[in-house]
Every structure is written in C-alpha cells, then in structure tokens.
Design a protein around this ligand. Sequence first.
Ligand code: DQA
Length: 143
Amino acid sequence: MKIMILNGPNLDMLGVRQPEIYGNKDYDDLCFEIDEWAGDMGIMADVRQSNYEGELVEFIHEAYEDNFDGVIINPAAYTHYSYAIRDALLILNVPVVEVHLTDISQRDEFRRHSVISDICAKTIKGKGFEGYKEALEFFFDLL
Ligand code: DQA
C-alpha cells in the first residue's frame, strides 16, 4: 500500500515557527517519525511539503496518476480557503485523511472552518505528530 502524505505552507518551519503552538520538534523529526510508523505498518509513505498551492495540486494529480492508495493531507493555512486543493482532492477515488497538528476548532475564528473536511474520510486534529500515526492507522486498518 502506498500513501502520499502532503504538508502545506510553513510546516517546513516546524520547530522555529510558533513553538508555543506547534512544539519544538522540526519537520525532519516529523518525516522521521512518519517513516518509522509507516515502516512498522508495512506502508510505503511518500512524504512531501510545499509552500505553493499549485504544487500541492500537482502532487495530488500525481497521487491520482500513480495510483496511490490514499492521501493524508495537512494543507496548513490552505485548509481554510483553498478550493483548488479541494477540487484536486475530489479527483481522487481513494480515501483522503485530513490532519492538523493543532485543534483548529479551538483557535482563531478563521481556522474553525475547513473547506476539505466534508470530503475527507476522517479528520484528525489537535494530536500533534501522533495525528499522522492515527491517519496511517486508518489506512493500515483497510489492509
Ligand atoms: C495547521 C492549522 C492551520 O490553521 C495553520 O494555518 C497551519 C497548521 C495545523 O496543523 O494545526 O499552518 O494545519
């Protein structure tokens, strides 16, 4: 099973970016933990990050064209307004799991709405890095 894991803008700055909110661990730590979890579950995880909406859209197209079995996405700020990412996810005929490190329902008003939640099989929020593990487990349980 191969799963594409997509991370949106500013997630490459984890560890530096608002550590009081996102913690001290950096993006490499996140990638390392995802690789470990995926390895243990026998899942091939292709982890990518972009600060550009169009590049994220193209990654989603690639997930379609290369027959990925699912997508885990943390679109970061794009969560709240990117209809382009929503439309791209609608191309897929495999499950999509939405992940947020923080609980977006408990933060600023503008973060409370996700334009992709209703088209995702599951939304995981507020669990930090562990949220990605839970998302991988969703796919593991499908195996
Ligand atoms: C985030 C929450 C978003 O509101 C924010 O813009 C992010 C990260 C999260 O993982 O908690 O960049 O998606």
